[in-house]
Design a binder for this molecule. Structure first.
Ligand SMILES: [Zn+2]
Length: 311
């Protein structure tokens, strides 16, 4: 556990896949800690957390989940059982959490979706199999308290940060942004199009970065990696990164229709394991959907296949 400015504590939990760790934060408040994010719900999660909370001292007033990805939501039920604290999650994010993790038919939906975007049959099975890796370790809390951006939780303002996840919420107080995976220091947060996600996640993300620049937080505490000392500069860098990627995406288009699967090779290369290809396809699609919105690409859907061509 690390002590940060303003009495904030940082707990770093291991992850079996890249980036190898996730941070949770304990924010001090009048009624106890506000615990932001939970790590994955491994069999020893409760034990790990009991030791960490013992070290921190005091009670947990609230468990706040920024978004439904495994490393952030996975141990929410464990923490509720351990502490008795209320669990708070964004309303849209919880709806997507249930849709993905509470739904046995989700894998079939992913199969259809990868096929719609051109993945060959053999590849699709491998891509979908990858998504089940974390499933046993997702112990999200049913029926949490649902909140919206603009509301306050334990004195922190909730800031909408769509893009990496549609319903992701950050927390802001006194210039400190608890940023989850909205801003990361050395890696670029993934921004993908997934089944049942909003239509233009990259557009959402670029807009959310604009709002971050407007809010001008003094420091950002990310879900992975070290605190970001200049969040405005980092937001600008991420916008620039995606502008460059959008230009590369335009350059990959021709008059010949290409699927998201095919185009993912142009943007991310051929040399990716199934786990990487999954994200490459989703990221490729978020870029081409943004280009469609900007009239820089065209989308066609013919005979159960979505393709893109130059505008
Ligand atoms: Zn994360």
């Amino acid at each position: 556990m690390d002590e940060l400015e303003g009495g904030i504590r940082r707990v770093t939990l291991p992850l079996p896949t890249r980036p190898g760790h996730v941070h949770a934060y304990l924010l001090p408040g009048d009624d106890g800690w506000t615990l932001v994010d939970t790590g994955i719900g491994t069999p020893d999660a409760k034990e790990t957390w009991a030791a960490e909370l013992d070290q921190a001292g005091g009670r947990v007033a609230t468990v706040f989940v920024t978004h439904f990805h495994p490393d952030h939501v996975g141990a929410a039920a464990d923490l509720h059982e351990l502490t008795g604290a209320r669990v708070v999650q964004g309303a849209l994010d919880y709806a997507q959490c249930e849709l993905v993790w509470g739904n046995p038919a989700w894998s079939e939906r992913l199969v259809d979706w990868f096929q719609l975007h051109g993945a060959p049959d053999g590849v699709t099975a491998e891509l979908v199999g990858q998504s089940s890796v974390y499933r046993p370790f997702i112990r999200y809390q049913r029926d949490p308290i649902l909140v919206e951006a603009g509301e306050h939780v334990d004195g922190w303002e909730l800031i909408a940060a769509p893009g990496h996840a549609d319903g992701q919420l950050c927390l802001l107080r006194d210039g400190v942004l608890v940023a989850a995976d909205h801003l990361l220091g050395r890696i670029t947060p993934t921004v993908g199009l997934w089944p049942a996600s909003r239509a233009d996640p990259l557009g959402d993300y670029l807009g959310a970065l604009d709002r971050t620049i407007g809010l001008a937080p003094r420091i950002a505490l990310p879900g992975h990696g070290e605190p970001i000392e200049d969040p405005v500069l980092r937001a600008q860098e991420l916008q620039e990164h995606h502008r460059v990627r959008l230009e590369e995406a335009v350059a990959a288009l021709t008059a010949e229709p290409q699927t998201g699967y095919e185009l993912s090779f142009a943007l991310f290369g051929a040399d990716l394991p199934a786990s990487g290809r999954r994200f490459a396809i989703a990221e490729t699609l978020s870029h081409f959907e943004r280009l469609v919105q900007e009239d820089a690409a065209r989308r066609q859907e013919v005979d159960g296949a979505v393709t893109y061509t130059a505008a």
